[in-house]
Design a binder for this molecule. Structure first.
Ligand code: CAA
Length: 383
């Protein structure tokens, strides 16, 4: 039986960003606090005509163009910044991508973790139905209150993952380690646009969940620490990935190796937090930027969703994986963006959902053109 895994991986982030030096200048803070202390450079900012749906459709488009729509019968949409309490964002994306009507579309939530639940469900499904492919999409807008400790860690983006029985990029290992505890480190009640959080405590809950999930992974017969060449951690900000790397090494009585994690942080530094998508943006970053050929290597992934659930699992990189990635598109997406100044950032931050259309600004092919009678209207500008 073929081991299920990742056949294709793609991401999208909006065209506009604010550089953290702008924020540092405005707040009278040493820019090194953000560039080194937090480890971030830029905050990606969606325009009013972009949201989790348009970003998700943009991320998935290159995959659908490559593999066609026939074999995709499931779309699992992971987000913690949902746009509707009832209707799944997956259904809008399904229409925008022209997928078959004979398809199941669902939205999943558990803070930044739910894309991992989706990935595991998808792997189990394609193991049972090897002719089917599942589109897992993680898409989020990380927006924090102005002046809060989280402000510098904002961002936006989406990752699309095609899970199938043709794992051209990586096989998904069968073992995982799980950990859940009921804690209030980060949450967003329905009436709020921005989250409530206990920043410092959240970093400790994250590190605790990492070690507990790792122990469970070991107890379940997972690979030894030494079997891993690289690790990808959930990245709320890139220093957290570095801290996780050193914490896991220490828990295993080892000295941390920065090469284990640094290539996975390159894209996240440029995009900012994108919650459910962040871990998988880190995965794309290591696969597209690592100078070592990762063929046959094991990558350990730690997924964390505040509240909290964590999971540690592994991927095995496949021969020829690099031919199935989209590095040129991703690098030009990041390079060809527009910097906006502090005032522009504040204006965008305050912009509410558009109610009667807006100036066309979306970066890609898909736009939210309006909300009429509480119905969101999405268009494919090439249709
Ligand atoms: N030059 C270099 N470094 C500097 C500096 C300077 N001039 N000034 C400060 N620093 C360093 C500090 O020494 C500190 O480093 P260490 O962490 O290694 O000690 C670092 O910059 C951060 O500075 P502070 O300790 O002053 O902390 P802060 O007020 O900036 O807050 C934070 C940090 C609490 C993590 C904040 O970013 C935050 O609240 N973020 C939102 C919550 C979050 O992301 N939590 C992560 C775990 S939860 C999760 O992962 C889910 C999720 O996606 C939200």
């Amino acid at each position: 039986m073929t081991t299920p895994g990742i056949e294709a991986l793609s991401f999208f982030t909006p065209r506009r960003y604010v550089h953290l030096n702008e924020l540092a200048t405005h707040h009278g803070i040493d820019p090194a606090k953000f560039s080194r202390g937090i480890g971030q450079e830029k905050i990606a900012l969606p325009n009013a005509d972009e949201d989790i749906v348009t970003m998700a459709a943009e991320a998935a488009l290159p995959i659908v163009e490559r593999v066609g729509v026939e074999s995709i019968d499931t779309v699992l949409f992971a987000t913690e910044t949902g746009i509707d309490q009832s209707k799944a964002a997956a259904i809008y994306v399904h229409r925008l991508l022209g997928l078959s009507p004979n398809c199941r579309c669902v939205e999943l939530k558990q803070a930044c973790y739910s894309a991992t639940a989706a990935l595991q469900m998808a792997a189990s499904y394609v193991a049972r139905k090897p002719s089917r492919k599942v589109l897992v999409i993680a898409s989020d807008v990380a927006r924090y209150d102005l002046g809060s400790s989280g402000e510098a860690t904002q961002g936006a983006g989406a990752v699309a993952i095609l899970v199938s029985s043709e794992p051209k990029i990586a096989e998904i290992g069968t073992e995982s380690g799980l950990y859940t505890e009921d804690c209030m480190d980060f949450w967003r009640p329905n009436h709020r646009r921005t989250p409530l959080f206990d920043g410092k405590a959240s970093t400790l809950r994250y590190l605790n969940a990492l070690v507990e999930a790792w122990k469970d992974y070991q107890a379940n017969g997972g690979l030894d620490y030494d079997a891993f060449s690289r690790f990808c951690f959930h990245v709320p900000f890139s220093r957290m990935g570095e801290k996780a790397n050193s914490h896991l090494a220490k828990a295993n009585g080892q000295k941390q190796n920065p090469d284990h994690v640094l290539p996975s942080l390159i894209y996240n530094r440029q995009v900012g937090n994108c919650y459910s998508a962040s871990l998988y943006l880190a995965l794309i970053s290591v696969l597209e930027n690592d100078e070592t050929d990762l063929t046959g290597k094991n990558i350990g992934l730690f997924s964390y969703g505040s509240g909290a659930t964590g999971e540690f699992f592994d991927l095995r990189v496949q021969p020829g994986y690099a031919e199935h990635l989209f590095p040129e598109q991703h690098q030009s997406l990041l390079q060809d963006r527009d910097a906006i100044d502090y005032d522009g950032y504040i204006t965008l931050w305050h912009e509410k959902d558009l109610t009667q259309g807006t100036q066309e600004c979306a970066s890609g092919r898909f736009r939210l053109t309006g909300i009429e009678d509480d119905k969101r209207i999405y268009v494919d500008q090439q249709a």
